[in-house]
Design a binder for this molecule. Structure first.
Ligand SMILES: Nc1ncnc2c1ncn2[C@@H]1O[C@H](COP(=O)(O)OP(=O)(O)OP(=O)(O)O)[C@@H](O)[C@H]1O
Length: 288
């Protein structure tokens, strides 16, 4: 059984813009999935279907095998299981202080005060924002706001967290830190689904990739499955990860024969192999 599934999903906005054209998407418990696609292909629109904010024109969305019910009770149930972190934290954070903001969701669930306090404390700890409890969110940096938005969702203790372009607008260090945080949350068992057009980050963190273009899924599989189909990647106006592009150039232009890789770790290992370095295995550690 899948924790989240869409079957032949179609959606158009009221102005007639047809955005989703038959999307079949499946997430297994504990997976870290990247929905990869350039601007405007419908990633956000698809995500808004994952917890019932938008209702499909045709097809269905299933959470843990059950179709979403779009009445108040059904939507409450879905939102306990699936949390969404929007692209712009300002769309999500509105309370006067960080702790009130993170407490908002659990309070709405009607949980006792002590339980809310426990969840707020744990969520802020998980995102590394302890000590900011009384700070007004509008005084935080972009990266800190993103963390608070994630904490607000974590405090709901969802099984699935959907993040719309979690690294957008962050500097390289901030982006890596957010991805590391998501990686750690995923290792604790939370299913994570992110949308992104950052092709360098995807192979490092994702177990599986959906490549979206023109309201359709063009390809699905492991990062290796998806990125080895260079033609489809380019058709979707994306590119290979930089390190894979380097291997492509070395093989094509310099007539080398280096095994392809998609992360720095993989390419480093493959280059060392090609250079016949005999001691590389024990020095490499994590090949991501
Ligand atoms: N409320 C709306 N009414 C009409 N059209 C909309 C609305 N919201 C989005 N669209 C259109 O739907 C299409 C898909 O938008 P969406 O935001 O889902 O794409 P995206 O892949 O998330 O893009 P990005 O990577 O830029 O965030 C775009 O053509 C957009 O202009």
């Amino acid at each position: 059984m899948y924790v989240l599934e869409t079957r032949d999903l179609y959606f158009s906005y009221p102005d007639g813009t047809e955005v989703l054209k038959g999307i079949n998407f499946k997430a297994k418990k504990g997976e870290m999935i990247a929905l990869l696609g350039p601007n405007g292909v419908g990633k956000t629109t698809l995500f808004l279907h994952f917890n019932g904010i938008l209702k499909p024109k045709r097809g269905e969305v299933l959470i843990k095998g059950k179709p979403i019910r779009y009445d108040k009770k059904g939507l409450m149930e879905v939102r306990r299981t699936v949390g969404i972190v929007f692209q712009n934290p300002d769309d999500q954070i509105f309370a006067p202080t960080v702790k009130e903001d993170v407490a908002f969701g659990p309070l709405n669930l009607g949980l006792p005060k002590e339980e809310v306090e426990r969840r707020v404390k744990e969520a802020l700890k998980a995102v590394g924002m302890e000590g900011y409890e009384d700070k007004p969110p509008h005084l935080l940096s972009g990266g800190q706001k993103k963390r608070v938005a994630i904490a607000g969702i974590l405090a709901m203790e969802p099984e699935i967290i959907i993040l719309d372009e979690p690294t957008a607008g962050l500097d390289p260090l901030g982006a890596s830190k957010i991805m590391k945080l998501l990686y750690d949350l995923n290792k604790k068992g939370i299913t994570i689904i992110i949308s992104t057009h950052d092709v360098d980050l995807v192979p490092v963190y994702a177990d599986r990739v959906y490549l979206m273009y023109g309201g359709k899924i063009l390809k699905e599989g492991t990062p290796k499955d998806v990125f080895s189909d260079v033609e489809t990647i380019r058709k979707a106006n994306l590119r290979l990860p930089r390190v894979a592009h380097l291997v492509e150039i070395l093989n094509k232009k310099d007539k080398k024969n280096i095994k392809m890789g998609y992360t720095i770790g993989e390419v480093r290992r493959n280059l060392l192999e090609a250079l016949n370095c005999d001691n590389h295995e024990k020095n490499l550690g994590d090949v991501r």
